[in-house]
Design a protein around this ligand. Structure first.
Ligand code: GAR
Length: 217
């Protein structure tokens, strides 16, 4: 059975896009990556799409008079491609409440921190600065407030002595690549219960989303 038609929105390298493509190709995910949209023509993720024969579009936000005009075209592009689910994967544009509400409960984001800690930018440096012992990533449904919304999956990594922001970011990125396909699969299967800020998963999925990567001994 074909998976739910999913678009991935990127601005850069697209390593999370690659993880989603690989999971869908190997049937570990009940979705199909049917479209990649980048707001930057030089995003390497576009090349990843081409290599896999996935339709790709560039919508440069600088070509539009307003955020709303950009999003109207983005929305049209997604609907023309009969997209059902959308994943933000390093897409570095803020989306307006109008767009977000139009895709309510069908729009996922991955953020490189354990939300609600460290919304916004420079999450790894801020986690180090705060002296966190653990750090990680969050995949959540998007709501109009930045980096806010019902959480599906989180991945945890230790913060190790001698870490700098780059080393910590690389450790988090590895766990991002495991969390995002899992979250998309859960959403694509459609058996989530979303109530307010909370998501209840089917019983068998609860065990999957617990990754004890670091257990103090
Ligand atoms: C990822 O670490 C993702 O969590 C982050 O950008 C990176 C994209 O990497 N997203 C954000 O910071 C969004 N606020 P990728 O292009 O290799 O997937």
């Amino acid at each position: 059975m074909a998976g739910r038609r999913t678009a991935v929105l990127i601005s850069g390298g697209g390593s999370n896009l690659q993880a989603l493509i690989d999971a869908c190709d190997s049937a570990q995910c009940a979705a199909e990556i049917a479209l990649v949209v980048s707001n930057r023509a030089d995003a390497f993720g576009l090349e990843r799409a081409r290599r896999h024969g996935i339709a790709a579009a560039v919508l440069d936000h600088r070509d539009f008079a307003s955020r709303e005009a950009f999003e109207a075209e983005l929305d049209r592009t997604l609907r023309d491609a009969r997209i059902e689910l959308v994943c933000l994967a390093g897409f570095m544009r803020l989306l307006t409440p109008g767009f977000v509400e139009g895709w309510r409960d069908r729009l996922l984001n991955i953020h490189p921190s354990l939300l609600p800690a460290f919304p916004g930018l420079h999450t790894h440096a801020r986690a180090l600065e705060a002296g966190c012992r653990v750090h990680g990533c969050t995949v959540h449904l998007v709501r109009p407030t930045l980096d806010d919304g019902p959480i599906l999956v989180q991945g945890v990594v230790p913060v190790l002595a001698g870490d700098d922001a780059d080393r910590l970011a690389a450790r988090v990125l590895e766990v991002e690549h495991r969390c995002y396909p899992l979250a998309l699969d859960l959403l694509a299967r459609g058996d989530l219960l979303i109530e307010g800020d909370r998501v209840t998963l089917p019983e068998e999925a609860e065990a999957l989303v617990l990754h004890p990567l670091f257990t103090p001994g």
